[in-house]
Unconditional design. Structure first.
Length: 138
């Protein structure tokens, strides 16, 4: 279970359980998702690879993710992202942003922290909220 910390500086503390098993489990889960062939999915043609949001500066994406992640937490401690949530956020969201290649490692790490908090708090709905908010900025 994740612990909470109130850093008070506008950034989530990036810590996890520290257990190697958690990281390995997350890596196996991500690998299994990425190994699924797109051709095996029934229905209309698959969407292009990558996260389907508009290009944007890292600071803008981080600001949206932060706003959504702390929504409703006024005066309460923020969740601390676990190692597994950080891996998921990095591999499936942050690194898939169309502008990620232009961002610094620090910017990608900061965004992954906020996305991890979104996923911890809201599950996939957190990613959907972020996607909708970024798409609305077009």
């Amino acid at each position: 279970m994740a612990t909470t910390v109130d850093r008070g500086d506008g950034r989530p503390a990036v810590t996890g359980s520290g257990r190697r098993e958690d990281e390995e489990t997350a890596r196996r889960l991500i690998a299994s998702w990425l190994a699924e062939a797109v051709e095996d999915v029934p229905g209309p043609a698959a969407a292009p690879y990558g996260w389907q949001v508009p290009a944007a500066a890292a600071r803008d994406v981080v600001a949206v993710a932060r706003r959504l992640a702390v929504q409703g937490l006024a005066g309460r401690p923020w969740p601390v992202p676990t190692a597994a949530h950080l891996l998921l956020a990095r591999a499936l969201v942050t690194d898939e942003h169309p502008s990620a290649a232009a961002w610094t490692e620090r910017e990608r790490t900061e965004l992954a922290g906020w996305v991890a908090v979104l996923v911890q708090r809201f599950g996939e709905d957190g990613v959907q909220r972020l996607t909708a908010a970024l798409a609305a900025r077009r």
